[in-house]
Design a binder for this molecule. Structure first.
Ligand SMILES: *Cc1c(COP(=O)(O)O)cnc(C)c1O
Length: 231
């Protein structure tokens, strides 16, 4: 099942890229494997998939340590400072930095392990109260502050769009994140790149690609529905 689903999502991304005059190589599909067993990840690896997304620090650590070293792990969940130690040194990209306090913890752990941590700033574009992430208007100031930390590189922005019936409803959210990233890129801040735009999930990744996503995070569409009951 993973093979067929993965292939279908990849083909969709190629199709949408062609329709919107984008090079499919500009779009990375992150297979969101949270709650899913190693066997399913291994099936995706057999299909050539190397980039996976997890939202719990310990779960990412366990999977990262048990699976082949060449995989790239994207940490996409809310990160508590006391869990930073599991993620720094393992995550290829941390998508969910939304406070200076968290950035400082990542900086300290990165310095300790002598690594550079690559991060995205999470923006709550839709301003939903239940979601983490910064207000769009707070984003630049936080980036300017984090940019001074020596063991952190800001690579771009991430957003989690609202759950909607019709993905078209999220088009304006994706467009706003893109506009924000272009504005910030225009400031040419030292140590800051705006090359990554992480947006779009199973229900709306096609619209996100049309609006400029460089990374889409697809879980259900590849691995099937998640079952949170048996834990
Ligand atoms: C779970 C999750 C996804 C994947 O969601 P699906 O709807 O299953 O594709 C993407 N991004 C984040 C931040 C998530 O937590």
């Amino acid at each position: 099942m993973v093979r067929e689903n993965l292939f279908a999502v990849e083909q969709n991304i190629i199709k949408v890229c062609k329709q919107s005059n984008r090079d499919p190589k500009e779009v990375t599909l992150i297979a969101v494997s949270k709650t899913k067993p190693r066997e399913m990840i291994e099936e995706a690896i057999l299909c050539g998939k190397k980039e996976f997304g997890e939202n719990k620090a310990q779960e990412m650590k366990e999977k990262c340590d048990a699976l082949p070293k060449e995989l790239k792990w994207h940490f996409i969940g809310h990160l508590q400072t006391n869990k930073v130690k599991y993620v720094v040194g393992r995550a290829f990209l941390i998508h969910s930095v939304d406070s200076y306090h968290l950035a400082e913890a990542i900086e300290a752990e990165s310095a300790k392990k002598d690594v550079i941590s690559h991060i995205l700033i999470e923006v709550n574009v839709a301003q939903e109260e239940t979601k983490f992430g910064l207000k769009p208007e707070e984003t630049l100031a936080l980036i300017e502050k984090i940019a001074k930390l020596k063991h952190i590189r800001i690579e771009g922005l991430m957003t989690i769009a609202p759950f909607v019936e019709n993905p078209e409803e999220n088009r304006s959210v994706f467009r706003k994140l893109k506009e924000l990233s272009v504005d910030i890129a225009g400031k040419n801040i030292d140590n800051v790149s705006m090359s990554v735009l992480s947006m779009g999930m199973t229900n709306d990744y096609e619209v996100a690609v049309e609006e400029g996503a460089t990374h889409v995070r697809v879980g259900t569409g590849i691995f099937g529905e998640r079952d949170y009951s048996k834990k």
